[in-house]
Design a protein around this ligand. Structure first.
Ligand SMILES: [Zn+2]
Length: 75
C-alpha cells in the first residue's frame, strides 16, 4: 500500500481518494491516479487536471476558436 503523508498522519492512496484541483474553477475532483501517471510519465507535480465541466468548456471553446479557421488544403 502507498501512503501520502500529512505531518505524521498517513493517508493510504487509493483509487477513490486521489483528487486534483481544477486550475480553471478551483473545484477538487477525483482523478484516476494510474491513468494520470501514464499520461504524465509520472510527472505529477506539474500536472493540471481540469474537472469534467471545464474540460467540456475548453473543448467547446477550442472548437469555437477553430470554427471557420481550421482550413486544410490538399495538394
Ligand atoms: Zn473546473
Amino acid at each position: 500500500m502507498i501512503y501520502a503523508m500529512s505531518g505524521k498522519k498517513k493517508i493510504p492512496i487509493g483509487l477513490g481518494n486521489t483528487f486534483a484541483k481544477c486550475p480553471m474553477c478551483g473545484v477538487l475532483h477525483p482523478v484516476d491516479l494510474p491513468d494520470l501517471i501514464m499520461q504524465t510519465d509520472g510527472d505529477l507535480e506539474n500536472v493540471q487536471v481540469y474537472c469534467e465541466r471545464c474540460t467540456q468548456k475548453r473543448a467547446l471553446a477550442q472548437a469555437g476558436a477553430h470554427r471557420g479557421k481550421g482550413v486544410q488544403t490538399h495538394g
